[in-house]
Design a protein around this ligand. Structure first.
Ligand SMILES: [Ca+2]
Ligand SMILES: [Ca+2]
Length: 191
């Protein structure tokens, strides 16, 4: 005689909802942990191994996905924390696209969070534009004023997003998704 047994949930079946919840929470934690935070520790513009983390070094750590001086490594979806202060770009050299001189060249998705547009100021010192966002990157800049950028000679500084040339202009949160052919502004260029 075959006697059918009443269905009784196994231990695994009973635990499945909890396991699924744990897996979802773990996935969420891993996803939120993807954004690397890179805190800037100096207003000096340098790319020198001197124990600090400048804004240029923070951008470089994000670009290279590797530590740069005191800046921790980026991972391609990074957040630079920029404290209150004035950050003048000081490494002279326009027309350079590797973030070593002139404007700050951003090569991957990046968020830059300042302490407020009245207190966190990045100045191009009218030597070059301030930020150059490459075609593949999406950049969000919040709580930061971008001032005194300077486009290359001969470029129409009034054209395009951010085309404020060397004039002073303060920004709230802005998001840029570059498109080829975007005119080169003084504050920011997308190409
Ligand atoms: Ca340094
Ligand atoms: Ca540059």
């Amino acid at each position: 005689m075959i006697r059918s047994m009443p269905y009784a949930p196994t231990t695994l079946a009973k635990a499945l909802p909890s396991l699924l919840l744990a897996a979802i929470l773990t996935l969420g934690l891993l996803t939120s942990a993807r954004a690397a935070e890179i805190p800037v520790t100096t207003t000096d513009d340098n790319l020198t191994a001197n124990g600090d983390c400048s804004l240029r070094e923070a951008v470089q750590a994000a670009n290279a996905r590797a530590p740069v001086d005191a800046c921790p490594a980026g991972d391609g979806h990074d957040r630079i924390l920029l404290p209150a202060g004035v950050y003048p770009l000081q490494l002279v050299g326009a027309g350079e696209d590797d973030n070593r001189r002139g404007d700050l060249d951003i090569k991957g998705d990046l968020r830059i969070d300042g302490a407020g547009r009245e207190t966190t100021i990045v100045s191009g010192e009218e030597l070059d534009r301030v930020f150059h966002v490459q075609i593949t990157a999406t950049v969000v800049i919040s709580g930061v004023s971008i001032i005194n950028g300077h486009p290359p000679d001969g470029v129409d500084a009034t054209a395009g997003d951010g085309g404020d040339g060397g004039r002073r202009r303060r920004r709230r949160t802005r998001r840029w998704r570059p498109q080829r052919g975007t005119p080169a502004p003084g504050g920011l260029r997308a190409s």
